[in-house]
Write a protein that binds this ligand. Structure first.
Ligand SMILES: Nc1ncnc2c1ncn2[C@@H]1O[C@H](COP(=O)(O)OP(=O)(O)OP(=O)(O)O)[C@@H](O)[C@H]1O
Ligand SMILES: [Mg+2]
Length: 259
């Protein structure tokens, strides 16, 4: 299977604290990969590393056959890596559509947002095309009927979907989702699982998911990587991970029999 992203012996140190220790990891074309592990295991650090917020202390990160260790965050977004955050970062006083427009790749490049006030026909046409594209991204997560609603007044589950639509609007090929189901109720979670699977299979977006909800992880993942104290302690299919004694130990101190 094609590797989209590859980490080789990657470590991240914060002073004396090793947040990631010699992690080997690959992300394969077309898969939903979940990263799990107890609090403080290094999951968010891994995302910050992939998006360029942190640089590895040692090791290499390869994306589309290029080492990207030193690439700036915005360059990574241009190359197709996008993320959502553990806590949503929506512009709460702007509408759903505006939230997507402001992050659209072309929109930023050409100042098209300002072109609302510009009467020149070609700019207007271009803006209409971008709006259309943003509506399509919103449709991919099922929010196309809420274009004019203020982001802050959406139910929480839909705010998280809007975050995903914003990541899609950057033109991403690999999407990093940090606890997308946090704060959702059971119905919203079930919907989210369907939508993430659809994004993966129908729109060919590669997914890396951090999630604490084990039911969701087991249902959605093609493959799971387990971190503990910054180390990769297991990797495999949901079934393999559920039965892995190292994983059971890490989560439950070895007392329980199943995850
Ligand atoms: N910028 C930083 N400076 C210093 N230490 C940090 C920094 N970011 C993370 N850490 C530490 O690195 C370790 C890993 O943190 P990280 O946020 O990656 O864990 P996590 O697996 O995402 O946990 P959670 O499930 O609670 O979100 C923790 O001990 C954390 O305190
Ligand atoms: Mg985290």
């Amino acid at each position: 299977m094609d590797k989209v992203l590859e980490l080789k012996k990657v470590s991240v140190n914060f002073g004396g604290l090793a947040a990631l220790r010699e992690v080997d990891l690959d992300v394969r074309r077309g898969e939903i990969l979940s990263i799990i592990g107890p609090n403080g295991a290094g999951k968010t650090t891994l995302f910050n590393l992939l998006t360029g917020i942190y640089r590895p202390t040692s090791g290499t990160i390869t994306y589309k056959n290029t080492v990207i260790n030193k690439l700036k965050p915005y360059r990574r977004v241009e190359l197709g890596l996008a993320r959502t955050f553990q806590n949503t970062r929506l512009l709460k006083n702007m509408t759903v559509l505006e939230n997507v427009l402001v992050v659209h790749a072309e929109c930023n490049k050409e100042g098209i947002f300002a072109a609302v006030f510009n009467s020149r026909a070609h700019l207007r046409r271009k803006r209409e095309a971008i709006v259309q594209e943003c509506v399509e991204k919103l449709a991919m997560v099922g929010l196309e009927h809420k274009l004019d609603v203020l982001a802050g007044s959406l139910p929480y589950g839909e705010q998280r979907l809007l975050e995903i639509a914003r990541a899609l609007a950057t033109g991403c090929e690999v999407l990093l989702l940090d606890e997308p189901a946090a704060g959702m109720n059971a119905v919203e979670k079930a919907e989210l699982v369907k939508k993430i699977k659809r994004l993966s299979k129908q729109f060919s977006i590669d997914m890396i998911l951090i999630e604490h909800d084990m039911g969701m992880v087991m249902e959605i993942s093609d493959r799971i990587v387990v971190l503990n104290y910054g180390m990769k302690i297991a990797e495999g299919s949901p079934r393999q991970i559920q039965n892995d004694p190292n994983v059971i130990n890490a989560y439950l101190g070895g007392e329980a029999e199943e995850l």
